[in-house]
Design a protein around this ligand. Sequence first.
Ligand SMILES: [Zn+2]
Length: 287
Amino acid sequence: MRVPRFGPAGKPLKYKGKIEGIPKYLRERGLDAFEYQAVYGVKIKEEDAKKLGEEARKYNVKLSIHAPYYINLCSTEQEKLEKSIERVVSSVQAAVWMGAELVVFHPGAYKGLDPSKAFEIFIKSLKEIEDKISVFKEKILLGAETMGKKNQFGSLDEIIKASQEIDILVPVIDWAHLHARDVGALNEPRDFIIVLERIENELGTDVAKNLHCHFTRVEYTQAGERRHHIMSEEDFGPEFRDLAEAIAETGFISTIISESPLLDEDALVMKQILIDVLREKGLLRHS
Ligand SMILES: [Zn+2]
């Protein structure tokens, strides 16, 4: 069985060198994905982005970009909406330079708006983005992340429904966010399988197979996500082993990005758990 790619959300914990050295560093440690963080603005220069892309291809490390946090594609304020659209477009530009195929972004916040109205504005914004990025010949997918707080636009339902309407939109499942938003919803493999099967049923098998995910242990309140925790802090869910069992059963998911505070180090912990589960089930040959 194919093992999904694993990697960190951002610069590896102990890495000190230039950005373009990251793919080699990750590959040498057994990782094969890297999510470049443009969360405080897309600041990378074209030259550096291209170098990073070349190295990523050389070491077969899959790149994605996390767009700036400050994006609200459901805003009713024209200026905020335009700036949000611009931030997604400049993330796509950086993805083109790097040869990354996916731009992950946080969809927005309701700010008191009726969810159906927020949905309407979100779709309109995405159509505008689709139009603006049609100048690039590369096909970049936009990954709408499931969000962890109840006041944020981005429930699983909303993300799936929007992905049905917009061609270039795919869901990015942040498992910690799903767990936190629904106040501890992921407690056994079945809970993960239900989400994966919904994606297959509503968006198709290819989307489920190519699914990009974020994982970390998470602390939450009634309002949703509070903070991320490292893999050894076992008081906090969800359990990666449950996700590993769901992967073993469905064969879905292509990439898992560690958003643990220990980033690449916990990406390796997650990968080992998955490999152990696949071996126990006889789905992976010993090597
Ligand atoms: Zn995110």
